[in-house]
Write a protein that binds this ligand. Sequence first.
Ligand code: GLC
Ligand code: CA
Length: 499
Amino acid sequence: MNRPAWLRDAVFYEIYPSSFADSNGDGIGDINGIRQKLPYVKDLGCNALWLNPCFDSPFKDGGYDVRDYKLAAPRYGTNEDLYALFKEAHALGIRVLLDLVPGHTSEEHPWFIESGKPEKNEYSDRYVWTDFWIKGTPGHPYIAGETPRNGAYMLNFFKCQPALNYGWAKVTEDWQTPVTGKAARATRNAMADVMRFWLAHGCDGFRVDMANSLVKGDDDDKSYTCALWKGLLNEMRAEFPEAAFVAEWGWPEQALCLADFDMDFYLDHWDNGYHKLVRSDDAYLKGNDPAAFVKDYLKRYEASKEDGYISFITGNHDTPRISWYLTDDQLKLAYALLLTLPGVPFLYYGDEIGMRYLDYLPTKEGGYTRTGSRTPMQWAPEKNLGFSDADPGRLYLPVDPAPDAPTAAAQESDPGSLLNTVKAVLALRHRCPDLQADGSFQVLHAQAGDPLLIFRRGALTVALNPSNKPVKADVPGTPLFQIGSCEKGSLGPNSFIVS
Ligand code: GLC
Ligand code: CA
């Protein structure tokens, strides 16, 4: 597979910058805080980072409303701090992906302010506008009455996020511009310029937000959006051959095979395999059978395995934390499985210690029900759980107030902790190329009504039983690694074995 070689053994750690580590005591996490914690990330066994947007923004959607693509958000630090982070991470063998938001900007972005002016200018067509103040875009949300321009603009997400214009697959109205037109080209080139800027300063690639959202109109099969990405990514690769790109798409048959991304997240979508693995009531990791997960995943894996990597996630900043769905024992098995399947896995900060989803928190910066998954990292049983020196009332979000809130320090000294389980699985993965991204994958046992899953990775066999009853299982070979009790001919409750 023609993907950057470093991805084969890559394990990503996703950091929500506001909540990871506050280096200057203002209550908000920052870039220098992340720099200080790089040894923790390395010790955990992760060798790549994805940072949620850390650019200048009014933060009406957690930074996914970018006001300046080339400027670090002052609350997080400076561009120099970011460049230093890239350097220090590289010295430790850690790559860094930034979050690219190509589909929309903040309504405060200078391009948008220019675009909303009545006089025609360079940015008039940078966004999707209709040609009359009270006329919307059929089938899409739009906003009227906010700017002096005689038109309404299309939204890509919240009201504060006007859609950038990459053209329309089929032009049916005078005000729509074609995918092949000048305006679409200019937007695309502006995004290429942003990517080049950060790659030239040492970042290792991008996680691409809503990557499938670019071309408007009749692009249901996404062929226009895919073609656009393929061209853009390959333009970047010509200059930065080591750069890696992961799509927020959730459809590897498109994102990997057609759009040419290196990785695509297996997101918690509808009724897909990931949902059936972790989140649905009948999820496999809750002790049910793996049939629905395996069916959906295998189809996608087989269709895309020559083209790129499906990225399993423990969770992310958009969904309730995985610990909301699973018990502590189930979490160990979940990570063991997610980290030994093919592709490039992503661990969401704090999931390694089982941080909880604080479902009662009021919304913060456009987080809504996502806010409870964005609370400060829990480092140690001390003030603010080691996140910040600020008065607790000044924290970006409160830390988990539970008396038994997990912390990294407490778990480090407990050999049976979740944290040490994650470390052990990651160490195993780094030792065994068969368990890494490219190792072959073959399901040996997955049946309706049976919680036993056995699969092969290269020369290794992986078996697990996430139910609370023992199951009969013939696992060949000598165990290399195990969780729970596994005896010849049977796997105990909540057990996992690699042999
Ligand atoms: C993506 C992000 C999410 C954001 C949205 C709009 O889904 O992960 O956090 O709100 O896009 O940019
Ligand atoms: Ca700070």
